[in-house]
Design a binder for this molecule. Structure first.
Ligand SMILES: C[S@@+](CC[C@H](N)C(=O)[O-])C[C@H]1O[C@@H](n2cnc3c(N)ncnc32)[C@H](O)[C@@H]1O
Length: 150
């Protein structure tokens, strides 16, 4: 499993992922490896997952990280672009889609707050490419009151 090996041998920025997600990423993302693919990850954290997607998806991939924290701009590098804004702000998301085109992969690992997650999904899901995939992480928060779950 190439992605899991990349995670285990990571020496770059910190990656914040649950281990049981890896077979799921492989199942849904593998067909994009070495393709001309645009991945939007909502929530940059320490920047390591953006680098992981770059290594896994290969030289033709464009990785776009979205985060509300301005410090995340520092994670930009070759193949990785960062845009700062709120994931629930449709105007901001439209700017990102206009700039980078329809995403092939959207991975929501942002605030995990239900109203944010829903606003992002309502806006971005219709915008993904025809063969695209939309994945939301950490849906256990859908059961947690402090994340507007229930
Ligand atoms: C769990 S971390 C992301 C971890 C990263 N994806 C990884 O796997 O290493 C969540 C990120 O979401 C960002 N975030 C929180 N609320 C947000 C919002 N409303 N819009 C955009 N990003 C947000 C936080 O600043 C934080 O960087």
């Amino acid at each position: 499993m190439a992605l899991w090996a990349e995670f285990l041998t990571n020496t770059q920025r910190l990656i914040h992922k649950w281990k049981h997600y890896f077979p799921i990423y492989e199942r849904h993302f593998h067909r994009f490896v070495n393709q001309d693919v645009t991945l939007i990850e909502i929530g940059c954290g320490e920047g390591g997952s953006l680098q992981l997607w770059k290594r896994y998806l290969g030289p033709h991939a464009k990785i776009v990280g979205i985060d509300i924290e301005p410090k995340c701009s520092g994670y930009a590098e070759d193949q990785i672009e960062i845009r700062i804004g709120d994931q629930s702000d449709g105007t901001f998301l439209q700017k990102v889609v206009t700039e980078f085109g329809p995403p092939d992969i959207v991975l929501d690992d942002g605030s995990h707050v239900m109203s944010h997650l829903r606003a992002t999904f309502d806006f971005l899901y219709p915008k993904i490419s025809k063969s695209g995939v939309y994945m939301v992480e950490d849906l256990h928060t859908a059961y947690w009151d402090e994340y507007e779950g229930g």
